[in-house]
Design a protein. Structure first.
Length: 480
């Protein structure tokens, strides 16, 4: 029987700019250590993470694969250059090392030898704490410096489409790309939606800064970016979660570059974005065959009613699920008759019979979903600290302190979820909304193009439910 123990090598570098050993250098030193200390290392058990932070183990695929192999008892030890390569989060380091200990797998730092016994465990804890402190403090110092630079109107990222960086550091307008930016803003104010604008740009042969086709999200990013008005924006999103930060955490300062879009145009665009309700599953107007598509619902099952037009005949609407054989009763109605019913509702609206719902913007809805994800993540974290206490890794005092911190974070997220209050209703607002509805009806009865009609309808209508038996509709009007 061989006297060699088996080992896995875990190699991680955060970025190429950090002052740490390269992957090749780490691998060479780890293999030398393994040979001198009678460890047998199979090529399949050399795990590499390149350009990945050690703050979150769940986002390190090679790490997770290594842990899974350790559970299968495929090796006796994990060799790392430093404990910080294993994790920069002390909580996760303790949890994973405790887990590995159950499978008799040790974590060995070849540059930080630890003596056996309680004192050695204390030293290891101190090293882990210092690694986490270094990581957090470094992030804080970097963020502080970037914040100060942003407040002074400094530039900290690549220039967006429409601009080029100059040797002096101040972005200069790229006239060819500026044509795209002006088209995007003007088209949106003319009533187009994101997907239609993106499709039109792609048809014209335009591409993004990276040479890719335009997408809905690209158009939305352009329309919401104050950089085009001569401003500098920083801390817009939390990149680890890919979500936008609250407005009071975003820094917007006057830049030194020339604007492409006027403040008046930019503010008008923001007003439209904030006033429109966009259900996540509703297709853009660029995909509709009639301006009622995506809005008209079946009164029997609530599904969308689809529009179709046989060759040489007038079109009509039919329930999507009926077409699939999922309910017996047909909801078919001629397109002309349906249009007249909708026109009738709009024309008979008055202050007394106008009822509408105050709905949140899509941005708020998206944030609410993100808040729910954050609460779910906190619950998982709470379970980990409880396991650490039950396994006698943390003391009771440490467990209480960790739990208190998590509770404070939970309360902060819950405040952000429920501090949104609906706008107050008033006679003036109702009169303004009634006038907007009458203007929408005028556009719907005009010769305006399909996409424009669909856009103006959706600016005031959430959905229209068709009652086949009475040949009537129930329209849900809304304002944000």
């Amino acid at each position: 029987m061989s006297n060699l123990n088996t080992a896995a090598l875990y190699i991680r570098v955060s970025t190429s700019k950090q002052e740490e050993l390269s992957p090749d250098a780490q691998k060479r030193l780890l293999l030398e250590y393994a040979k001198k200390n009678n460890y047998d290392v199979e090529p399949a058990h050399i795990y590499l993470e390149n350009g990945i932070s050690g703050r979150n183990a769940e986002k390190r695929p090679s790490f997770q694969k290594m842990i899974a192999c350790a559970k299968n008892k495929e090796f006796d030890a994990i060799l790392v250059w430093k404990f910080s390569r294993f994790a920069r989060n002390q909580e996760e380091s303790i949890v994973y090392k405790s887990l590995l200990a159950k499978y008799n797998v040790s974590v060995v730092s070849i540059s930080e030898p630890i003596i056996e016994g309680p004192f050695g465990g204390l030293i290891e804890r101190i090293i882990e704490w210092f690694d986490e402190f270094y990581s957090v403090n470094l992030a804080t110092e970097v963020k502080r410096g970037m914040t100060e630079k942003a407040l002074r109107g400094g530039y900290q990222s690549y220039a967006p489409i429409g601009y080029d960086y100059s040797p002096g550091g101040i972005p200069q307008i790229n006239q060819d790309e500026a044509v795209i930016i002006r088209y995007v803003f003007d088209s949106y104010l003319d009533g187009m939606d994101y997907s239609t604008i993106a499709r039109n740009l792609n048809i014209k042969g335009y591409v993004t800064k990276r040479g890719n086709p335009f997408e809905l999200r690209t158009i939305r990013y352009i329309l919401k970016n104050p950089f085009y008005t001569g401003k500098v924006r920083w801390n817009r999103a939390t990149h680890s979660a890919y979500t936008e930060n609250p407005e009071d955490e975003i820094i917007i300062a006057d830049g030194k570059h020339e604007p492409i879009i006027s403040d008046e145009t930019f503010n008008a665009v923001q007003k439209r974005i904030e006033s429109e309700f966009k259900p996540s599953k509703r297709k853009g107007v660029g995909f509709t065959k009639h301006w009622l598509c995506g809005v008209l619902k079946c009164g029997i099952c609530g599904s969308n009613m689809t529009y179709y037009q046989p060759a040489g005949k007038n079109g009509g609407f039919q329930c999507y699920k009926y077409s699939k054989g999922q309910h017996k009763q047909s909801c078919y109605i001629n397109v002309f008759k349906m249009e007249q019913i909708v026109f009738g509702v709009f024309e008979n609206l008055t202050i007394d019979n106008l009822n509408y719902t105050i709905l949140p913007k899509k941005e708020l809805t998206s944030n609410m979903e993100e808040y729910k994800k954050q609460l779910k993540a906190l619950s998982k974290k709470e379970k980990r600290i409880k396991d650490a206490y039950l396994n006698e890794i943390d003391t009771l005092e440490e467990y209480k302190e960790n739990k208190r911190t998590l509770q404070e974070e939970r309360e902060r997220i819950e405040r952000m979820m429920f501090e949104q209050t609906p706008a107050e209703d008033s006679l003036e607002k109702r009169q303004a909304f009634l006038e907007q509805c009458h203007n929408v009806c005028t556009v719907l009865k005009s010769d305006a193009d399909l996409e424009h009609k669909a856009s103006v309808l959706r600016s005031v209508v959430k959905d229209i439910t068709f009652d086949k038996e009475n040949e009537s509709v129930d329209i849900t009007f809304y304002t944000s």
